[in-house]
Design a protein around this ligand. Structure first.
Ligand SMILES: [Zn+2]
Length: 213
């Protein structure tokens, strides 16, 4: 029998995460460009991010036309996106010092660098996001924000070196932009997903394979 999926959280109906989704509004709007391969992963986090915010759009594909993406952001009155992307080899304008300096303990809400008013995030494996960069060259024009040195709490999926999942990366940014932003709410469905996966595999397997990572 074919598996039925929840149309909201995209999980199998038996493990629907919708009851854990709590929506809020982030300080800046976001557009997530999700690689098509990512839709096959029951572990993907972008869809949970998309369901947990009121000012986010999620597009799935491999080729994303610039006018379409700009139009999606314009729906939130945003015109100058910063690209969230780890390797720094593409863009002319890069900001590497932004987040570490914030980590030093500012108590105030921050702004995005370069006068940007929104975020474009790429969702997929390292290979997938690299492919998106190669296929969508207009992204190279955007200023880039890299998140390095953060540790993922998502142990079940191998992350890029120093990498965090899409939803965690967004959470870091939103928290810096707005001290009131609730990680508790935003990551609630993501944490529930991980807890369910660990429960399913059993403590023994989890401890053997993942706990030391
Ligand atoms: Zn659901």
């Amino acid at each position: 029998m074919a598996r039925t999926y929840c149309s909201v959280c995209e999980r199998a109906i038996q493990i629907c995460l919708c009851e854990h989704i709590q929506q809020q509004t982030a300080a800046v709007p976001t557009l997530v460009l999700r690689h098509t391969d990512e839709t096959r992963h029951a572990k993907g986090s972008a869809i949970l991010a998309a369901r947990s915010l009121s000012n986010i759009r999620l597009l799935t594909g491999q080729l994303f036309a610039e006018p379409l993406c700009r139009y999606a952001l314009a729906q939130f009155n945003a015109r100058s996106p910063v690209l969230l992307y780890a390797p720094h080899s593409y863009a002319e304008h890069q900001e590497e010092s932004w987040l570490p300096s914030l980590l030093a303990g500012s108590k105030q809400d921050q702004r995005l660098p370069f006068g940007c008013d929104s975020v474009i995030a790429l969702d997929g494996t390292w290979r997938n996001t690299r492919e998106l960069m190669l296929k969508n060259t207009w992204l190279h024009k955007l200023p880039v924000l890299g998140l390095m040195g953060f540790k993922s709490e998502y142990v079940l999926r191998k992350q890029k070196p120093n990498g965090v999942s899409t939803i965690e990366a967004l959470d870091i940014i939103y928290r810096f932009l707005n001290k009131e932003f609730s990680t508790e709410k935003f990551l609630s469905s993501f944490r529930a997903m991980q807890a369910a996966q660990i429960a399913k595999m059993g403590d023994e397997i989890f401890l053997r394979h993942y706990a030391k990572r």
